[in-house]
Design a protein around this ligand. Structure first.
Ligand SMILES: [Zn+2]
Length: 600
């Protein structure tokens, strides 16, 4: 039999020079970190295999989206124009089975679970995806792709099915390091229709009652692998830069994608194959900002724990469900931070105390941001840092030891991200920078005598702006925790009656200074009061200025009103504020530097 083989992808493909030669990306194909170069100058195409939407998402489904969201942010920070595609598999055996079980259509099953998936992405701050193609929306492209493969001798129709002919592909197995002899294929009833056991379905003929589409081979539906080849070509071209997915997809899914695309186009499909580690349930928690938890990839050696704490790859059957509930309990920012703490290629050990521990790390930043507000009267979340690598501050420290320390943290952060997107190392530098900032604040006594030192305040603001710059790359601290986390709106509803009551009593007592203070505080955070016959109503819209989200703004106002009341020896009002907040589940803590609030 004559063999048509695809050519070896040439390393001399027109690949643009690297603007940042230090940026290196691990490539599963070469098993090496390679310097990052793009197919088209200044542009990056990323394709991530998305979910098969037959059930609700679990936290394991979020590992890839969170890390690639961060990778896209970093590449844009490095000056690239990035297009990121995540496909949605909405036709598949599991969806058909689920629809039959529940007595609803496959489309309904898909719609429900896509809504769940998108809600989870939003909660985790994943908002960088440019295209969400669905398999059922790409039928013409899929059928076209299969026709081309048949035409070029790499696929054959058999009894209403179409199979990829692995025997024609001399490079089959190159991604997962397999030989054809070691691949056993699906077997079963379809084995008789295939030339080689390892041949895989591009098109499956429809069984009675199954959802199906018309094709040159009869009614049927596509196999899973072909949709990714067709969608990536449609949206990113025949050759693109980064293909991501969980390690469990390397074989057979990605091996088959490469076979389809490279045989069809006689050119490389992807420059970098980037596989993220999987999430496992485990009793181990890592160090905040540390690099120990996942480093090295192997569970037992990375964690120092016996392997029996590990109950296997996170999946629905392991009881990992309820991501939406987990988000309600923990807040999306904590979960995102937890996932980014160490390197994406290693295994993530998941347990809820570890997420809480990540939350403790986040709280130390939130406290610093409140400190910034106390000192400057400004909102950390309104700071506008540099968005490009070349423009970051402090660009030149001018010999100042604090700014030099900050510049070093920033450089080390970038070095970590350049090293195959080492977010764990980068987070370690962010903690270091927070430490430098808090120490500067203490040394300069910014909450005391230093409060009027304009130069020191300016330096303090530069430090906070640098934290915001680096955190934005990780996609954290973009919004105040009341918005990023859970329960903000509920708390606001409990706290607003107190604000209204204080305003009414101030007006009654002709204490117009207090009434004005309340009015002035509400405007910038988007809270509106309306006096009506039945009482005062409140509503919250978009913040009218950079005043930040409502809950924290209201809390700062109440803390101020309580301090004013106490200063005026009006202890009754001071106590009312504290007691009503306690009833609403908010604790006030008076500290040397001012009062802080926490959710009980
Ligand atoms: Zn895929």
């Amino acid at each position: 039999m004559s063999t048509t083989t695809r050519p070896m992808p040439a390393k001399t493909e027109p690949i643009a020079a690297a603007p940042h030669p230090t940026l290196r990306v691990y490539n599963t194909l070469s098993r090496e970190k390679e310097s990052f170069r793009t197919v088209r100058p200044g542009k990056v195409g990323i394709y991530l295999c998305g979910p098969t939407v037959y059930d609700k998402a679990h936290i394991g489904h979020m590992v890839g989206p969170v890390i690639f969201d961060c990778i896209k942010r970093y590449l844009e920070y490095c000056g690239y124009d990035v297009t990121w595609v995540v496909n949605i598999t909405d036709v598949d055996d599991k969806l058909i089975k689920k629809a039959t079980e529940r007595g609803i259509s496959m489309l309904q099953v898909a719609e429900e679970n896509i809504a769940d998936y998108e809600g989870n992405l939003t909660a985790l701050g994943v908002d960088q995806i440019d295209h969400f193609p669905r398999a059922t929306d790409c039928m013409p492209e899929i059928i076209q792709f299969i026709e081309e493969l048949i035409e070029r001798g790499f696929a054959y129709a058999s009894d209403g099915d179409v199979y990829f002919d692995v025997g024609r592909d001399a490079q089959y197995g190159k991604l997962s390091n397999r030989t054809l002899d070691s691949v056993h294929g699906e077997g079963g009833e379809t084995a008789a229709r295939k030339r080689h056991v390892a041949d895989f379905a591009l098109w499956k003929s429809a069984k009675p009652g199954e959802p199906s589409w018309k094709s040159p081979w009869g009614e049927g539906r596509p196999g899973w692998h072909i949709e990714c080849s067709a969608m990536s070509r449609k949206l990113l071209g025949e050759t693109f830069d980064i293909h991501g997915g969980g390690l469990d997809l390397m074989f057979p899914h990605h091996e088959n994608e490469i076979a389809q695309s490279e045989c069809c186009h006689a050119k490389p499909m992807v420059t970098y194959w980037a596989h993220n580690g999987l999430l496992r349930a485990g009793a181990v928690s890592g160090k905040i900002g540390g690099r120990t938890e996942r480093e090295g990839g192997e569970l037992a050696s990375a964690s120092g724990q016996p392997a029996d704490v590990v109950s296997g790859k996170m999946s629905r059957s392991k009881g990992a469900g309820g991501l939406a509930d987990l988000i309600k309990r923990q807040g999306g920012e904590r979960i995102r931070f937890f996932l980014l703490r160490t390197h994406y290629r290693s295994t993530v050990l998941f347990n809820e105390p570890a997420i809480e521990e990540a939350g403790v790390g986040l709280e130390s930043f939130y406290r610093l941001f409140k400190r910034y507000t106390r000192i400057t009267g400004k909102d950390f979340y309104a700071l506008k840092p540099a968005t490009k690598r070349e423009q970051g501050e402090p660009a030149s420290a001018g010999g100042d030891p604090v700014l030099t320390a900050a510049a070093t943290c920033r450089q080390k952060f970038i070095t970590a991200m350049d090293d195959d997107f080492n977010t764990g190392g980068a987070i370690g530098e962010l903690f270091e920078l927070a430490k430098v900032t808090n120490k500067f604040c203490d040394d300069a006594d910014l909450e005391g005598k230093g409060k009027t030192d304009a130069a020191a305040i300016a330096k303090f603001t530069t430090l906070l702006t640098t934290i915001k710059e680096l955190a934005s790359i990780l996609g954290i601290f973009l919004h105040a925790p009341a918005q990023a986390g859970a329960g903000g709106d509920e708390l606001l509803a409990k706290v607003m009656p107190l604000v209204i009551e204080l305003r009414a009593s101030a007006r009654k007592n002709k204490n117009f200074a207090v009434a004005d203070k309340i009015r002035d505080a509400l405007g910038p955070i988007g809270v509106t009061l309306e006096d009506r016959a039945g009482g005062t109503e409140w509503s919250v819209g978009e913040p009218a200025s950079a005043g930040g989200p409502a809950l924290d703004g209201i809390m700062q106002l109440l803390i101020q009103l309580r301090a004013d009341a106490r200063a005026a020896k009006d202890f009754a009002t001071g106590d009312t504020i504290r007691n009503q907040l306690t009833a609403a589940g908010i604790t006030l803590e008076d500290r040397a530097g001012g009062t802080e609030w926490t959710k009980a």
